[in-house]
Design a protein around this ligand. Structure first.
Ligand SMILES: C[S@@+](CC[C@H](N)C(=O)[O-])C[C@H]1O[C@@H](n2cnc3c(N)ncnc32)[C@H](O)[C@@H]1O
Length: 305
């Protein structure tokens, strides 16, 4: 925003309804997806209010500084910056996570990784003739490529008796993950480790989970600008094709898991044909694939034979 424009905004009186309308218009003109929601979230962020307040007080006049701040955030969003990097937060598995440009923004489809892991752990209990009441007592879990720590935190919540190790090669991402574990109350049960894949995780574990980088560099130009220009490359690209990361990850998981241990991996939209053959006998058994809500093969799970 130019100095002149910002001076004008500071002088102007603007109410909630008008500000929101203007924000929505700017984002729509800039072809921002879900522009109404984005404008609402940015206004709520500036005002520190909730949505109910927003719609109950359309005539409330915004203090000049807030109006100015809101419109400058709208300009950032219009230029492609994701809403979550502007507000610094994203919800996942019912928790609020801090997100910065050092970490992937947690996606709703990644919640399927948690669901599959919990289902498969319960199934193992049933097969062993035990009640599927899952506290995860004594379970050692490794989350490879932990990013914001969203998977590690969700599993720590659901399995109160388990210990989780989250690995990442990005120290900046690990700093965010540590803060997320602490703010959600799990700092004592999640250890974060700067290492490649499972290297150094150092435990014989029962469960390895990962949402690895799985986009092909060859697809870069087809990605939304929000993703391509703002999310960390380390988190996005698995190689030229995208599926390259899985072979090393599966090989290391096979060495680290105890017999009968579980591997649960998120898949890219076209990763399955490359990944499924890596989970064959004699090393792996009980392979299952779960689709996401869009019908895409999203999660593959297997047991160490
Ligand atoms: C797709 S992101 C997933 C982040 C988070 N688990 C989630 O689901 O939102 C992949 C993560 O893997 C990390 N990563 C990339 N290469 C790695 C490697 N060789 N070893 C461990 N982590 C790696 C990236 O830094 C990034 O944080």
């Amino acid at each position: 925003m130019t100095d002149k424009a910002s001076a004008r905004v500071n002088r102007e009186t603007i109410d909630v309804r008008t500000a929101l309308k203007r924000g929505i218009g700017e984002l729509r003109n800039a072809n921002v997806p879900s522009y109404t929601l984005a404008a609402e979230l940015l206004l709520l962020h500036v005002l520190g209010r909730d949505r109910a307040w927003l719609y109950a007080h359309p005539e409330e006049v915004l203090p000049g500084l807030d109006a100015h701040r809101f419109l400058s955030l709208i300009l950032r969003r219009a230029s492609g910056e994701p809403t979550q990097y502007i507000t610094g937060k994203q919800e996942f598995w019912g928790f609020e996570f801090e997100v910065t440009p050092d970490v992937l923004i947690p996606r709703p489809e990644t919640e399927h990784v948690i669901e599959v892991a919990l289902d498969r752990l319960a199934l193992r209990e049933i097969r062993a003739g035990r009640k599927p009441t899952l506290a995860g007592d004594g379970l050692e879990i490794v989350d490879v490529g932990t990013g914001s720590g969203c998977i590690a935190v969700a599993l720590a919540k659901e399995l109160p008796g388990a210990r989780v190790v989250g690995t990442d090669i990005s120290e900046a991402a690990l700093a965010v993950a540590r803060r997320n574990a602490a703010r959600n109350g799990f700092a004592d049960r999640i250890a974060f480790l700067n290492s490649s894949l499972l290297g150094g995780a150092g435990v014989e574990c029962e469960l390895v989970v990962s949402n690895p980088p799985y986009i092909g560099r060859k697809e870069k130009e087809t990605l939304m600008r929000e993703v391509r220009d703002h999310e960390p490359e380390l988190a996005l690209y698995g190689g030229e094709e995208g599926y390259e990361f899985y072979a090393g990850l599966i090989a290391q998981a096979s060495e680290t898991l105890k017999p009968g241990g579980l591997l649960v991996l998120e898949l890219g939209h076209d990763s399955l044909p490359a990944v499924q053959p890596l989970l064959d006998l004699p090393h792996w058994t009980n392979v299952g694939v779960t689709k996401d809500l869009a019908g895409i093969d999203r999660v593959i799970a297997a047991e160490k034979a």
